[in-house]
Design a protein around this ligand. Structure first.
Ligand SMILES: Nc1ncnc2c1ncn2[C@@H]1O[C@H](COP(=O)(O)OP(=O)(O)OP(=O)(O)O)[C@@H](O)[C@H]1O
Length: 351
């Protein structure tokens, strides 16, 4: 598959009954005629003594870090690819339950379901193979793969079929994808293995090494809020509660907000490098369109307070967060399988 083109045609996608986005953080499924039926953490908990599945999705996620030795909490997707096909199939089968209904049907033993799957831009053949295997195991007869950036642009309602350029940044949990699109195609794009998880890790690592404080995972988001909100820009210090690295006892520290913000900016440098590299590969006319129209920020990490502001300050371009940024890709893919996307007509002119 050429990573620069949407390989299946809209006709092929219209024959699909299910659109799937299996991400490192969340799995989302859109069923034709029913809409978004699954939006769950990509997590499964297994009893390693019996191999039995104990929980999937949200319930399995709450078990992480709290399980006895015989229960393993698995994340079958990492770095934009299914890394444990069998676990991904079991997880999907459970989160889907009987939602697929008659779509599971086999005709004389042959599966009839067609599935459309989002794939991160430029993903390796092995990653595509793993996605196909996962869907075959669920009973799909055919799997169409769509570049996440195209699906996300459609999901954002971007006018990709116009000759003016549009830049989209999809910041997920483990990866960030950047593209400039024009006339329905990707002009230049890049994927970097950095997402919201790396930004969270940077904050946790900063507090551990500079304040000897272990931050519980559920405290990272409230801290983002304090650091990222526009009102907090004037606040220079904030109190953070956690556990002392040495004594293990609960304690709090007063941290300099600007220093923590700088720690968050370090992983963001990779995203900024990707944005500049994509811009460098675009013609000057397209770049000047972008300076006016700005960048659309999507993916779950677009919810992070202040991320848009950080990107705006670093690029000097307007940055707008897409509505419902975390589900744009599956919504775009859903619109394609529902036949709501019109084909782009670029027919030759007659003299
Ligand atoms: N309100 C929020 N504040 C801060 N971060 C958030 C918020 N909501 C989601 N995130 C972050 O968004 C990321 C998940 O985004 P998304 O659901 O797009 O990931 P994904 O598609 O599963 O991942 P990937 O595209 O890397 O496979 C996580 O890192 C999560 O911490």
């Amino acid at each position: 598959m050429n990573p620069n083109v949407l390989s299946p045609t809209l006709d092929q996608l219209r024959r699909c009954t299910v659109a799937v986005d299996i991400g490192a953080a969340r799995t989302r499924v859109h069923l034709r005629g029913s809409g978004l039926v699954v939006d769950e953490p990509s997590v499964a908990a297994v009893d390693i003594r019996t191999g039995a599945l104990i929980a999937v999705g949200k319930r399995a996620e709450t078990m992480a870090g709290r399980t006895p030795d015989h229960i393993r909490v698995a994340r079958p997707v990492a770095g934009g690819a299914v890394v444990d096909v069998e676990m991904a199939q079991r997880m999907l089968r459970h989160v889907l339950g009987d939602k697929l209904g008659r779509r599971w049907l086999r005709l004389r033993g042959t599966p009839v379901m067609r599935a459309a799957v989002c794939m991160p831009h430029g993903s390796a053949p092995i990653a595509r193979r793993a996605a196909v295997e996962t869907m075959y195991g669920l009973g799909a007869r055919r799997v169409e793969m769509v570049d996440t950036l195209i699906a996300a642009a459609v999901g954002c309602g971007l006018p990709v079929e116009h000759p003016e350029a549009t830049m989209i940044v999809v910041c997920g949990a483990g990866t960030t994808q950047v593209a400039v699109l024009s006339l329905g195609a990707i002009v230049a794009a890049e994927t970097v293995p950095v997402g919201g998880d790396a930004i969270d890790r940077a904050v946790v690592d900063h507090l551990r090494s500079n304040h000897a404080l272990m931050l519980p995972s559920q405290s990272v988001r409230p801290l983002h809020k304090v650091l990222g909100s526009a009102e907090s820009r004037g606040i220079t210090t904030t109190e953070v509660y956690g556990r002392d690295v040495v004594s293990g006892l609960a304690r709090s520290v007063l941290v300099d907000t600007e220093v923590v913000r700088n720690a968050m900016r370090t992983p963001l440098n990779a995203v900024l490098d990707a944005m500049t590299s994509v811009l460098r590969r675009c013609a000057p006319d397209l770049v000047s369109d972008l300076a006016e129209r700005g960048v659309i920020l999507a993916g779950g990490s677009a919810h992070m307070p202040g991320l848009d502001l950080m990107l705006r300050e670093a690029t000097n371009m307007p940055v707008n967060v897409a509505p419902g940024p975390d589900t744009v890709a599956v919504r775009g893919l859903g619109a394609m399988i529902e036949g709501k996307v019109r084909p782009m007509e670029l027919s030759p002119l007659t003299a």
